[in-house]
Design a protein around this ligand. Structure first.
Ligand code: UD1
Ligand code: UDP
Length: 355
C-alpha cells in the first residue's frame, strides 16, 4: 500500500510520529510537509527529536491568508497525487494543511483517511471547526479518537467508514513519557525549583483581542507562582502589536516554543496548565495535571466531564478561581483509547485498501 501523508503544523508532527512508525513497518509512505509551520522550534525540532523521517517533499507554503495558504497547498498537493498515484491520502486534525489535502484527495481517484475525525467544538467561528467538518464530509475512512466523536459524525449522517481507534497523540505521549526524563534538560535550563504554572495561548480569539489577551496576562501575572509561558510566534507578534510584550516578559517566564520532550517535561511537572490548545488539554489530562482552558467550548469534552479540565474563556474571575482551586480528575476512564491507536490505523487502512 502506498500512502501519501500530509502534515504541516506542530501538532500534526506529533500525530504523524505515532502513525508513521507503524505504517513504515509494512507499507510505503510518502511524507509531505506543506511548510505551514517553518520555524525551527515549530517544525524541525520535532523531526529531529522524534526521529520522524525527513519529508519527501516540503511545499514551503509559509504564512498567509487562509485562502492563499490553502490554494497554494492544493496546487502542489494535486501535482504530487498525480506523480505518486497513492492508494490513500492520510491527513490529521483540523489545520489548513488538513483541508488542502482533503479537498485535493476528494476530487481524485484516491481514498482519503482522516485521523481525528468527528471532533466538534460547534463553534464555526473557529477556522479549525470549518476545516474538520469539511474534511470529515469528504473522507472515506474516518478514524475517531472517542465514542463521542462517532456520535458527532452520526448526527451529521456520517456512519460509513467510521472507526473508533483512540487518540494517536496518546500513543506519542506514552513513548515520550518514557524517553523525556533522560533526554530533556528543560527544568535545569529554566532553573525551575519551585512550583510553577505552564501556559500556552495561540488561538486567534485570544491573541487578536487586546481585551482577552490583556485579561489572560493579568491573571497569570497575579499568580504568586512562577508562570512559564511558551509563546507561539503568532502570540509574540500580537503581544508586541498590543504593547503587552514588555509586561509579559517582566511578569512571566516567556520562552520560545520548545520541543515535544521538553514540553511534556514541563507539563508533567507543572502545578497546573493554562492553555487554549487542543493537544495540550488532552496531554494534561493524560498526565493528570489540572488544566485550565481559555476557551468557551472544547472538542475534548471528556476531559471536562472527567473533572480534570475547566473551561474559563477569558473571564478574569473564572481564571483566578481555577488557578486558586484547580480542577482535579477523579476519573480513571480512558475515553481516548489505550495507546494503540496508530496500530489500529495501520490495520484498518490495510484492510480497506486491499478490498
Ligand atoms: C495553526 C492552525 C491551528 C493549530 C496551530 C498549531 C490553521 C487555520 N491553524 O495555527 O489549528 O492549532 O497551527 O500550532 O491551520 N508563524 C511563524 N512561524 C511559523 C509559523 C507561523 O512565525 O513557523 C506565524 C506567522 O506570523 C503566521 C502566524 O504565526 O501568520 C500563524 O500561523 P498559521 O500557521 O497561519 O496559524 P497558527 O496560529 O500557527
Ligand atoms: N507543544 C510543544 N512545545 C510547545 C508547545 C506545545 O511541543 O512549546 C506541543 C504539545 O505538547 C502538543 C502540541 O504541541 O503535542 C500542541 O500543538 P498546538 O498547541 O500548537 O496546537 P493544537 O493542538 O491546539 O492544534
Amino acid at each position: 500500500m502506498r500512502i501519501l501523508t500530509v502534515v504541516g503544523a506542530r501538532p500534526q508532527f506529533v500525530k504523524a510520529f505515532a502513525v508513521s512508525r507503524e505504517l513504515r513497518s509494512a507499507h510505503e509512505e510518502i511524507l509531505v510537509h506543506t511548510g505551514q509551520h517553518y520555524d525551527e522550534e515549530l517544525s524541525d525540532v520535532f523531526f529531529t527529536e522524534l526521529g520522524i523521517p525527513e519529508p519527501e517533499h516540503n511545499l514551503g507554503v509559509g504564512s498567509g491568508s487562509h485562502a492563499r495558504q490553502t490554494a497554494s497547498m492544493m496546487t502542489d498537493l494535486a501535482a504530487l497525487v498525480d506523480e505518486y498515484d497513492p492508494d490513500v491520502v492520510l491527513c490529521y486534525g483540523d489545520t489548513n494543511s488538513t483541508l488542502a489535502a482533503s479537498l485535493v484527495a476528494s476530487k481524485r481517484d484516491v481514498e482519503l483517511a482522516h485521523v481525528e475525525a468527528g471532533l466538534r467544538s460547534y463553534n464555526r467561528e473557529m477556522p479549525e471547526e470549518v476545516n474538520r467538518v469539511l474534511t470529515d464530509h469528504v473522507s472515506d475512512l474516518l478514524f475517531a479518537p472517542s465514542e463521542r466523536a462517532i456520535e458527532n459524525l452520526a448526527d451529521e449522517g456520517l456512519t460509513e467508514g467510521v472507526h473508533f481507534v483512540g487518540d494517536v497523540m496518546y500513543d506519542a505521549l506514552l513513548w515520550a513519557r518514557e524517553h523525556a526524563p533522560t533526554r530533556s534538560t528543560i527544568l535545569d535550563d529554566l532553573e525551575i525549583e519551585d512550583e510553577y504554572v505552564l501556559a500556552t495561548v495561540h488561538r486567534p480569539r485570544n491573541t487578536d483581542s487586546i481585551d482577552r489577551l490583556e485579561t489572560i496576562l493579568a491573571c497569570l501575572a497575579d499568580d504568586p507562582r512562577r508562570v512559564v509561558f511558551s509563546a507561539h510566534p503568532r502570540t509574540l507578534d500580537r503581544l508586541e502589536a498590543h504593547g503587552l510584550l514588555q509586561t509579559a516578559e517582566r511578569k512571566l517566564t516567556v520562552i520560545e516554543p520548545v520541543g515535544y520532550l521538553d514540553f511534556l517535561t514541563l507539563q508533567t511537572n507543572a502545578a497546573a496548565v493554562v492553555t487554549d490548545s487542543g493537544g495540550v488539554q488532552k496531554e494534561a489530562f493524560f498526565l493528570d495535571v489540572p488544566c485550565i482552558t481559555l476557551r468557551e467550548e472544547t472538542e475534548w469534552p471528556e476531559t471536562v466531564a472527567a473533572g480534570g479540565n475547566v473551561l474559563v474563556g477569558a473571564d478574569a474571575d473564572a481564571i483566578r478561581d481555577a488557578l486558586e482551586d484547580p480542577p482535579t480528575a477523579p476519573s480513571t476512564a480512558e475515553p481516548y483509547g489505550d495507546g494503540t491507536a496508530a496500530a489500529d490505523v495501520r490495520r484498518l487502512l490495510a484492510e480497506s485498501i486491499s478490498r
